[in-house]
Design a protein around this ligand. Structure first.
Ligand code: NAD
Ligand code: UD1
Length: 315
């Protein structure tokens, strides 16, 4: 099969690409390397890597007219909620306008497509007290990131309904695993935490900044489980035109994550506290009944996932 993975040098995209290549599929990756790294791709010889922005209309047209894809996974985005609060206009260009353009190009030029899978987010639910979040829960996007994710997700589903572009969307909760870039202040919290632990182990005296008091709750899901969910959603017939939460149904607060990591590493990470970030969601956990109906069952607890990740990174 032929796949296009946008954002394929990033965290989720590179893990997906590496798995697809291992299964013998052909993969084209487009990534501007703003957060991704070419080194995340295990077998570059077997991937057609294109460095460029999804906002470049000419480039996207050339890719979507040159190849006929069986599957498109759209993962490229400004992936940080906090970054979108700093840069709402740039976020909108990447996280919405580029998606609309890609869907329109697919509508006009892709004849063989079996599925377009859009990476949406749990952020669309906002901070509404109704928990766990079901796909039918109220949508209260609190940031440009969340507004754009919801709008792009709806656009993908509307292209399915109006133009027969086969599309599904996944609302990822908080994903962690190898290849998550810890270098930006806006990186995912687990990647930043692990970076701080390893640097302390190497003798650097570096403190982790916790925004808030650590009581914020997330549904953390390990990348292996996410890849399983992505395959199920992309290959199932009943997922066509549907949206799926991708989480574990387990709540973990940041203090618990840090406690588990202290246990795994065998020392207490030095922490400094700052005010909670504006636009931050306090509590988020998924109901995954819909995903389970496709045959999904998460296999890793947070402790198991974190242990595998620490093993992978080496101490
Ligand atoms: P990531 O930042 O590692 O991956 C995104 C990739 O897109 C990066 O490699 C980046 O360089 C690339 N990119 C950014 N702007 C681009 C542009 N204009 N043109 C081309 N490439 C561009 O983030 P991730 O965690 O792998 O997230 C993947 C997708 O999943 C994103 O859409 C994100 O919003 C969504 N998501 C992630 C999580 C999570 O917990 N990681 C949760 C919900 C949704
Ligand atoms: C994350 C994803 C986002 C996704 C959302 C879905 C990233 C960068 N963000 O956002 O793409 O749509 O899940 O639920 O992958 N924190 C600290 N110190 C730090 C960094 C973060 O205390 O150095 C705190 C944050 O303030 C927040 C929590 O940790 O309360 C989680 O932050 P983050 O990893 O950025 O995740 P989300 O904002 O939930």
């Amino acid at each position: 099969m032929k796949y296009l993975v946008t954002g394929g040098a990033g965290f989720i995209g590179s893990n997906l690409t590496n798995m697809l290549v291992k299964k013998g599929h052909e993969v084209v990756v487009i990534d501007d390397l703003s957060m991704g790294k070419v080194e995340n791709l295990n077998d570059l010889g077997k991937v057609e890597f294109i460095k460029g922005s999804i906002t470049n209309k000419e480039l996207m047209k050339s890719i979507l007219t040159k190849y006929q894809f069986d599957y498109v996974f759209h993962l490229a985005a400004v992936a940080s909620v906090a970054d979108s609060v700093e840069r709402p206009v740039e976020t909108h260009e990447v996280n919405y306008n580029a998606v609309l353009n890609i869907l329109d190009l697919i509508r006009k030029h892709q004849r063989n497509l079996k599925r377009f899978v859009f990476a949406s987010s749990a952020a669309v639910y906002g901070d509404d007290p109704e928990l766990p979040k079901k796909e039918t829960s109220s949508i209260k996007p609190m940031t440009q990131y969340a507004v754009d994710k919801f709008a792009a997700e709806r656009t993908a589903i509307n292209f399915n309904n109006l133009y027969n572009v086969p599309a599904s969307a996944v609302r990822f909760f908080n994903v962690y695993g190898p290849n998550q870039n810890p270098e930006s202040p806006y990186s995912g919290v687990i990647s930043i935490l692990l970076d701080r632990y390893t640097r302390n182990l190497k003798g650097e005296n570096i403190v982790f900044t916790l925004f808030g008091d650590g009581s914020q709750v997330r549904d953390f899901i390990f990348i292996e489980d996410v890849l399983h969910a992505l395959l199920l959603v992309s290959e199932s017939e009943i997922s066509l035109g549907q949206v799926f939460n991708v989480g574990t149904e387990n709540e973990t607060d940041l203090n618990q994550v840090i406690m588990e990591l202290n246990e795994i590493y065998g020392f207490d990470l030095p922490i400094t506290y700052e005010a909670a970030r504006v636009g931050d969601i306090h509590r988020s956990v998924a109901d995954i009944s819909s995903l389970k109906s496709l045959g999904f069952m998460p296999e890793n607890t947070v402790f198991q996932g974190l242990s595998k990740l620490v093993e992978f990174l080496g101490r």
